[in-house]
Write a protein that binds this ligand. Structure first.
Ligand SMILES: [Zn+2]
Ligand SMILES: [Zn+2]
Ligand SMILES: [Zn+2]
Length: 157
């Protein structure tokens, strides 16, 4: 009893600390720091309980297995960024706002989901470091990498 409470607390703490949706395996890696004996089956069992209790919400991006975030985060309208290099998903605070103009005439939008794909700052910096070991031509380098100009956060309306 005591042990399962400790496991559940550790899982919830790992997701809160990450401040982004985590996959069960990411949760396992994070929880093992404090609860070394925990296994993936225990993670799944506790995720199910936490979902049932409304503590967590599943984030299911198209074609992806569910990741999990706190209900607190989920209830605040936001979007996600999926890094295709490291396969991590991040929170995006900005929202383009109402998208009525995108829907066909006469259609009424209830809600929308939006996922951005690309490289997170860490992966983009890593790739840049590898791709451009030659710093002799800074002007040509910056002009040749428009992807690096991606803003850190989406702008708000
Ligand atoms: Zn990444
Ligand atoms: Zn989220
Ligand atoms: Zn939105």
């Amino acid at each position: 009893m005591e042990r399962s409470t400790r496991q559940r607390t550790a899982i919830r703490a790992a997701i809160e600390a990450a401040a982004r949706p985590l996959s069960p395996h990411e949760i396992l890696d994070a929880v093992r720091v404090t609860v070394p004996e925990i296994g993936i089956a225990t993670i799944y069992r506790n995720l199910k309980l936490l979902l049932g209790e409304g503590e967590l919400q599943a984030v299911t991006l198209p074609g992806e297995n569910p990741r999990y975030e706190t209900s607190h985060a989920a209830h605040h309208h936001h979007h996600h960024f999926h890094c295709v290099a490291c396969d991590r998903v991040f929170e995006v605070e900005g929202c383009p706002g109402r998208m009525d103009d995108l829907a066909p005439a006469g259609f009424v939008i209830d809600r929308h989901e939006l996922t951005l794909y690309g490289e997170c700052a860490e992966c983009a910096a890593k790739r840049k470091g590898k791709a451009a070991p030659d710093a002799a031509a800074p002007v040509a380098t910056s002009a040749a990498t428009p992807a690096a100009k991606r803003p850190a956060r989406a702008h708000k309306h």
